[in-house]
Design a binder for this molecule. Structure first.
Ligand SMILES: Cc1cc2nc3c(=O)[nH]c(=O)nc-3n(C[C@H](O)[C@H](O)[C@H](O)COP(=O)(O)OP(=O)(O)OC[C@H]3O[C@@H](n4cnc5c(N)ncnc54)[C@H](O)[C@@H]3O)c2cc1C
Length: 581
């Protein structure tokens, strides 16, 4: 089914065959299209207002400016921004959002810092997207942590952070990101098998005009969408983008959590549920005094913590979480520890309303350069590599991405899809952002090798830093509050220096030694992120023209040509490796 999601138009009426020839006017290959003006006159414009549909064999053929694949937060955010006019001169693109699950509710239980959400509200209002302020479910004035059990910190000791936190109302957020785009309830069926090459053959083809993609539903009803740009928002393990395996990288780590929204047996008027104050959100409870003796060693070497959101009366969302691990911890372990902890704390579950299985790949390689499919959100590895936070980063990143895409569309007849895709990648992963990410990837690697004592010591030191410094690290994305303290090499170096003195001596020593080992083993990424030396990471910016499938992997072929020239054995350059003029 294909229908319009916005209040302004009804695309189903527009694709009604009786309307074809009246309302639908295909754009020509030079990117000038005719479209309907508001007063009903036909006019030539630099942009389209409506998608078009025709028949392609058994498949319906639809045309649009941008197809966004995937309807999670990333997909809906970018589709909304591209299809919204922030000012009368702003581009408003004709966008299709494709996902067979587009009408399913979102499952994850999203949490965010109030200050970051306020920044999102005002940034989206400036872009003409309103309603974010209503997409908050519950809010807490303070945030609690428990790091007791090591370094002479008493088990009962609570660390209170004077920083408000909130639970996002995921249904309202989904509605706010309703935009003026059309929805196609079909999935892509392609996998990238090389740079801009997809299998099965013909299911996704990029060309000098844009791209053509086949999407199908589970009944085998397929559509072919022809668009100038394609944005892949299918999540962390996208099949549409290839990864940069040339730049040194570590494999992803995994955040795993078992969560449940429960009703507990507790006097409603009590101010807490077990030790958890109802007025506070508990970010980390890293205590292990609930673990049976025979499991202590395993619980200490593969630590998990409790995350708790009291939701009023006797309802509370709990999540037993492994911050980051490689390999991932088992969900069953998280679930077992979840109930062991509650039992130890005297919290009796009366009813489980919802369950959540959280699986977040963190870190790993970035997408390869010169791809035509623009990865975004989880697909573009935007997730914070050391915390798993993603939502606010993605929402903020969508604004930069939409601006760049609209700027490219504003070039009208000169629109170049290869350039637009490269600039879109550059909007997210410019060298400055890559340097900041590399620092956070190092942080994730360090956390991954810590036992529970190391983590308690690490976070006990971390949250004793000035709030703007630790909050900026957790935000970790341009435009989010306090990130300014981490945007430069000097900011990151300063953070490292003042942090290390807050740590217990053995954690500080471990960190110092790991910095040394990581810098030796993993190349320049870390030194480049905290010093002015070692240059910049390779840019995603457009350089030499469109990289189409027939050109192949330019870097690999150049490398082979160089090696063949140096070889004493091979005399002739294979045709496949020759440079295409
Ligand atoms: C349980 C859980 C809790 C989380 N909690 C938080 C949190 O509190 N704070 C935070 O910042 N982050 C959190 N995250 C991390 C992150 O915010 C989420 O992973 C976020 O949903 C990623 O957004 P996304 O839009 O990139 O991808 P997703 O939300 O994963 O959306 C991907 C979409 O692509 C669609 N899709 C997949 N394959 C196809 C296909 N072939 N064709 C068409 N569509 C397809 C799917 O149906 C889905 O709608 C959480 C993640 C999980 C899993």
């Amino acid at each position: 089914m294909y229908y319009n999601n916005g209040p302004l138009r009804n695309a189903y009426a527009l694709i009604n065959p009786s309307n074809i020839g009246v309302n639908f006017l295909k754009y020509n290959t030079r990117y000038k299209r005719r479209s309907f003006s508001h007063d009903g006159d036909l006019s030539f414009r630099g942009k389209a207002l409506f998608s078009t549909i025709s028949s392609d064999g058994d498949n319906k053929r639809i045309e649009c400016d941008v197809i966004v694949i995937g309807s999670g937060p990333a997909g809906r955010a970018i589709a909304t921004l591209l299809s919204t006019q922030s000012s009368p001169n702003d581009e408003k693109l004709n966008v299709i959002l494709a996902d067979e699950n587009a009408n399913e509710k979102w499952v994850p239980n999203y949490g965010a810092w109030r200050k970051e959400w306020d920044a999102i509200i005002s940034s989206y209002e400036s872009e003409g997207v309103k309603g974010f302020d209503e997409s908050v479910d519950t809010e807490w004035e303070v945030t609690d942590c428990y790091f007791g059990g090591s370094y002479d910190i008493p088990v009962e000791q609570r660390m209170r952070l004077e920083k408000p936190y909130l639970r996002v109302d995921k249904d309202k957020l989904r509605d706010v990101l309703g935009g003026s785009y059309s929805i196609l309830e079909k999935n892509h069926i392609s996998s990238a098998v090389g740079m801009n090459v997809f299998s099965p053959s013909g299911s996704l083809v990029v060309n000098e005009n844009g791209c053509i993609i086949k999407l199908c539903d589970k009944n085998g009803d397929c559509s072919v969408v022809e668009s100038k740009l394609i944005v892949d928002c299918t999540g962390h393990e996208s099949k549409l983008v290839t990864r940069d395996h040339r730049t040194p990288f570590r494999d992803a780590g995994y955040q795993i959590a078992y969560g449940a929204l429960v009703e507990v047996v507790e006097e409603e008027e009590n101010s807490s549920i077990g030790p958890y104050d109802k007025k506070a959100m508990t970010l980390f409870d890293y205590r292990t005094d609930h673990i049976p003796t025979d499991e202590v060693s395993s619980a200490e070497s593969t630590p998990t913590f409790m995350y708790a959101m009291p939701l009023g009366k006797n309802r509370i969302f709990f999540e037993e979480t492994s911050l980051v691990g490689r390999p991932a911890i088992s969900f069953q372990t998280c679930k077992d520890r979840f109930f062991q902890r509650l039992k130890h704390l005297g919290i009796e579950v009366k009813n489980v309303e919802e369950e959540e299985f959280c699986y977040i790949p963190m870190g790993g390689p970035l997408p390869e350069r010169n791809q035509r499919v623009i990865a975004f959100g989880g697909a573009n590895a935007i997730v914070h590599p050391s915390t798993g936070y993603n939502l606010c980063r993605t929402l903020m990143g969508a604004i930069d991405l939409s601006k760049v895409i609209k700027t490219e569309f504003a070039t009208g007849v000169n629109f170049n899809p290869g350039k637009a895709a490269a600039q879109a990648y550059h909007a997210i992963w410019n060298p400055s952002n890559i340097r900041q990410r590399n620092f956070a990837v190092f942080g994730g690697e360090f956390l991954m090798k810590q036992n529970v004592k190391g983590l308690r010591g690490f976070f006990y030191g971390f949250f004793r830093l000035p709030v703007e410094i630790w909050a900026g690290f957790l935000a970790g994305w341009p435009g989010l509050p306090d990130n300014v303290h981490h945007e430069t090499w000097f900011g990151r170096l300063w953070f490292g220096l003042i942090f290390i003195v807050k740590l217990p001596p053995n954690v500080a020593l471990d960190l110092a030694l790991y910095i040394l080992a990581y810098s030796i083993n993993d190349g320049i990424a870390l030194p480049q992120s905290v010093t002015p030396f070692f240059g910049e990471p390779q840019s995603y910016q457009y350089d030499k023209g469109p990289k189409l499938s027939y050109i192949g992997d330019v870097a690999a072929k150049a490398e082979a040509r160089k090696m063949i020239q140096e070889s004493k054995i091979i005399k002739t350059l294979p045709v496949a490796l020759k440079e295409i003029a």
